[in-house]
Design a protein around this ligand. Structure first.
Ligand code: FAD
Length: 303
């Protein structure tokens, strides 16, 4: 069996595996796609200590760093089941069962897509998902935020500080965000809220130049000229495969304590798949390190 088996090879998993291997213990990592969401990112400007890098480059250097250590790297493998017996067992899609004294789940998350024409086409060309990451690219410009829940309204307030104007489009007749956030949004001079608005298309030629939406009450089609669209209709954690083994929130996020421990002894979690409040590369890396040290500490106390 492994001492530490990491499931997920994004920033959290790479960090957890490296921290574990540095203790000289038997470490493995299973990754469907090494690098995780970082592969889908273009410019990265908030990985502190690195002024600028690009997603595929960072993904490659995460793997290169992990290869410096004695880590069993199992790429293109999907975990489908976890069970705690004498060891923690992880079953893969291909039927193999891996055993480990401790497991660190770092299977990340994915942004929910709107699924309208233009969204995929203009990803990184005006279509964005992360205001902390891409907000500064739209300084002084007009942007839309699609989604009026807490994350949408938080994003709009955040973006209003850098963008020229922010238009929030909400499908339902009311915003779902907390009223304190709505009040804050309404107090800002450069924001507009459109309710009952169904986004139909994100338009552009080689980058975004606008959004077409349907005013649901009247059925009328309208168009706004703008340069960026932030889609904020939910971040879905990749945790369905855990079923009811570890405690998860209503949103599916794995509940962890301040050492990365889940409700199952020996099972830890890190990164975007957990209930940690903010989802960023640097935060995922930090939580991966925490979970690895938490797992190591657990091991030396339970042998
Ligand atoms: P992920 O990166 O999601 O990695 C999850 C890993 O688990 C992957 O290896 C995946 O293949 C694997 N996996 C999933 N399910 C299974 C399974 N069942 N079995 C085996 N493996 C599995 N953050 C920033 O800090 N700065 C930015 O500029 C930035 N820009 C972004 C731009 C975009 C377009 C996106 C989508 C995100 C951006 N982020 C940015 C957020 C950042 O990428 C994430 O916070 C970070 O990647 C989370 O790391 P993670 O390791 O927790 O999860």
């Amino acid at each position: 069996p492994y001492d530490v088996l990491v499931v997920g090879g994004g920033p959290a998993g790479a960090s957890a595996a490296i921290y574990a291997a540095r203790k000289g213990i038997r470490t493995g990592i299973i990754a469907e796609r090494f690098g995780g969401q970082v592969n889908d990112t273009l410019g990265i400007e908030n990985l502190i200590g690195t002024k600028y890098t690009e997603g595929p480059k960072l993904a490659a250097s995460l793997e290169e760093h992990a290869k410096e250590y004695n880590i069993d790297i199992m790429k293109s493998q999907l975990a489908k089941r976890l069970e705690k017996k004498d060891f923690v067992e992880v079953e893969l899609e291909n039927g193999a069962i891996l055993k480990s004294k401790t497991v660190i789940v770092s299977t990340g998350a994915r942004w929910r897509n709107l699924g309208v024409p233009g969204e995929a086409e203009f990803k990184n060309k005006g279509v964005a998902y992360c205001p902390h990451c891409d907000g500064p690219l739209f300084a002084g410009k007009h942007v839309a935020v699609v989604g009026g829940g807490n994350s949408g309204v938080e994003a709009a307030i955040d973006l209003a500080g850098v963008a020229g104007h922010v238009t929030v489009l909400e499908f339902m007749p009311e915003l779902k965000a907390d009223s304190v956030l709505q009040e804050r949004l309404n107090s800002l001079p450069n924001t507009t809220v459109l309710k009952n608005a169904q986004v139909k298309e994100i338009t552009g030629t080689n980058k975004v130049d606008g959004v077409t939406y349907i005013e649901r009450e009247s059925g009328e089609e309208k168009h706004i000229d703008l340069q960026g669209v932030f889609i904020q209709i939910g971040l879905v954690p990749n945790t369905d495969w855990l079923a009811d083994t570890v405690e998860r929130t209503r949103m599916g996020e794995i509940v962890v304590d301040n050492r990365g421990a889940t409700t199952v002894p020996g099972v830890f979690a890190a990164g975007d798949c957990t209930n940690a409040p903010f989802k960023q590369i640097i935060i995922s890396m930090g939580s991966g390190a925490t979970a690895a040290l938490g797992a190591f500490d657990y091991m030396i106390r339970n042998q």
